[in-house]
Design a protein around this ligand. Sequence first.
Ligand code: NAD
Length: 455
Amino acid sequence: MKSQSSKTGHGGSDRAEPVEQMVEKLIESGTDVTTTPVKRSLYQNVVEQFNKAADLLRLEPDIRRILSMTKNEIVVNFPVRLDNGGVKMFTGYRVQHNDALGPYKGGLRYHPGVDQDEVRALASWMTWKCALLGLPFGGAKGGVQMDPGDYSLAELERISRRFVYALGSNVGPEYDIPAPDMNTNAQIMAWFLDTYLSTVPPAERHRHIHVVTGKPIVSGGSAGREKATGQGVVFAIQKWAEDRGVSLDGLTFMVQGFGNVGSWAARLLVELGAKLIAVEDVTGGTRNIEGIDPGALLEWMGMHRGVRKYRGGQFVDHIMFLKTKADIFIPAAMENQITAETAPWLDVRLVVEAANGPTDPAGDAVLAERGIEVIPDILCNAGGVTVSYFEWLQNKRSEFWDLEEVDRKLWRKMSTAYDRVRDTAGEYETDLRTAAYIVAMTRLEKVYKDRGIFP
Ligand code: NAD
């Protein structure tokens, strides 16, 4: 199982003021340090993005109050027997942000950085993403705080199964439907399904296979789900290029993160004639301005567990990677990668946010000032949840759609959302991120106005 723990030296938090100094300052200013967060939270990024759009839209204050909070936050501590015979306690999270548009939907992440704040932010972005794409889902996210690289496959299976069991009735096919995210995959979704079904009476099991999406195809998965997020990213880039009359042929791009999303986006873009010139993953970076073959790189990674020493390119450190001159940068790894400190280093025309939350608000401001365009995460990485919706529908109807049908439907969804965001950005004279929030918020505002607040 692959391991992608956070690398030191990346992200805003590594360069932030030391916590001790911050605490000292807070104590001097008379602030209660026991309740004031001393580290910038990811959820704070969401709140700032949300507030900017809500102000511009003049979102009704009551609805604003509702949407600025999560609905349910579940924390589970559960024991798992390790291969050495000992028992270890794990902490898992599921945050359900909003279900006004339909059942909660969102991925599960295995990473040491998973905590309530991170999951809260990721769950909120799912609400906006589903609303933006017009999917009948609300937003949720979950995960287990751990480095999967520290565990054997058998241990990962026991951790996954025990996590599902601990979540119990907090998930369900018509209530909250998980999917893969960072460090989780179709195999883990298969364990999830099998464990969940074991808790359901035998006669009802066949009616519950849509409790999770991103499953292996033989277990009820959808054609095209594995590549869906990368495919959606490429569709968004095609829309951007079409709008500007730019040809993708020969356009250069760099990718941070070469897992599911990054590697699929790279393969599909290269098929359209673009040139991949730099890649970074958790092990380091590689660069070749003559072009990197994504297939060959993946083959290398299969044998060497990372891009760092790839023979088809030259090693680059994090700063050199970020300073690479290219047309497009696709962050497809962690959050908070483009900050006030790193944004000035980028030498690109367009940032395509395949990852969730790769740009913090300060980084966003620098990009805007420098004229670097951004296709925001809630728009461009929505291909994953869109094909998850297709999988959920196919399961409910006992149907199986072929890849051509899935891709055609995905293109329509992505293309419509892109057009709406671009037009809204024009109407409100704002950036694409704020416009994407406005489109999503408008939909949710209407639902709350129609239904009112019980009682
Ligand atoms: P993955 O686990 O398949 O791959 C993650 C990649 O990021 C790996 O190559 C890893 O080495 C790299 N990475 C991790 N930490 C890094 C660091 N500090 N510096 C550089 N590289 C680092 O995960 P994924 O499913 O491809 O998800 C990537 C991003 O896309 C996440 O933000 C996730 O939330 C988002 N996303 C995923 C999906 C999906 O369907 N899988 C859908 C929407 C959004």
